[in-house]
Design a protein around this ligand. Sequence first.
Ligand code: AKG
Length: 332
Amino acid sequence: MSKKRALESFFTPASQKKARSDRAPSDSTALTPVCQHTTDHPTSTHSTYPHPVPHLPPHIQAALSEIPASEGRQINDQPDLDLLYFQPFIPSGIENELFRFLRKELFFYRVKYKIKRGGFETDISTPRYTTVFGVDQTSKFEPSASTLVDTKSSKPVPPDRYDCTPRPLPQCLDALRCITEVFTNSEYNFCLVNYYASGSDSISYHSDDERFLGAMPSIASFSLGAKRDFCMKHKPVPPGNDAKDNISDKPLKLPLGSGDMVLMRGTTQANWLHSIPKRSGKGTQEGRINITFRKALVKGGTENYYRYNVGDGGVWRWDEGTKEMKERKNGS
Ligand SMILES: O=C(O)CCC(=O)C(=O)O
C-alpha cells in the first residue's frame, strides 16, 4: 500500500472506510485498522481521567500526514533480533512541539510498589514518571459512549471484572496509534507513556515478554525530547548453545533522538533485554518522553499495566512556571 493510501485511510472517517486487502509498507500480513476520530470536541474527557486532555492542535495533526519521515532500517543481524528503526518517524520540526504538548497535557504517576526478593519485602520506586491508557482485547471502549463493554457480548463490563480502572486512549495518543497501526501492520490496544525528567531517570534491563502479550509481540516505541541511549543485549544463552558464537558481547546501542521510532517484533522480546540507562553530564539533563503501543490479550495484562504505571499514588502534571513535574492535589 502506498504511503498516500495509508494516510488517506487514516484521515478518512471510520464510517467511510472499506476493508483493505493490499499490503502496508512493512512486510507482514495486511490489516484494516479501526480508527475513529472526532474533531468536533476539542478535548478528550472520560470519568477515569483526573482532567480533560486536549486534542492534538490541528497543525500537529496535519503534520502527521508526513509520517513516516524516513524509511525504516531493518536490524536483524544477530540471533533472534528483529527491529525496524525509523530515524526519524515523526517529521523534524513537529516532534518537539508534540513532546511539549504531551508533557504539558498528560497526567503522570510516580509509582511505588513492593516486591519479594530473597524472602524479604523490598520497596521499589519506579525511577521515571509513567502513565497508561487502554484495555486488553476481551473488552473495548464503545467510541460513542466511552463505556467499557465486553468484546464478545457488547454488554457493559461488570464493575468487578478488573481490579483497576481502565482508561480509553485520549485522541492525541489515539491519532498516533492509528497511524502506527498502518505503518507497522499490527494492532495495538495499549499505550504506555514514560517521562524521563533527566538523565537520572531510567528503565533497567527487562523484556516485554509477558504471556499476556502473546508469543511474538510487536511493540512500537517512540522517542520525543532528549536523546537517550537504548541498550539491548541477548538474554543469557546456556553454555554449548551454538547461537552464543553469533551474539556480540557488546550491547547494541541505539542513540534514540526526538521523533525516532523502534519497532521490536518477532522473536526479539523472547530473547533480548532492553534498557534506558541513567546518564550524567552535559546534555543529558533534559526531559524525554517514550510512548509504546502494544496489544494485551487478556485481563491480566490490563491489571499488570495499571498496577505498575498508575498505581495508587498522586497525579503529577508539568508545571510551566517551574519547568518540572508537580504533584497535584485533588486532580487540580
Ligand atoms: O524509554 C524507552 O525507550 C524504553 C521504554 C521501555 O522499555 C518500556 O516501557 O518497557
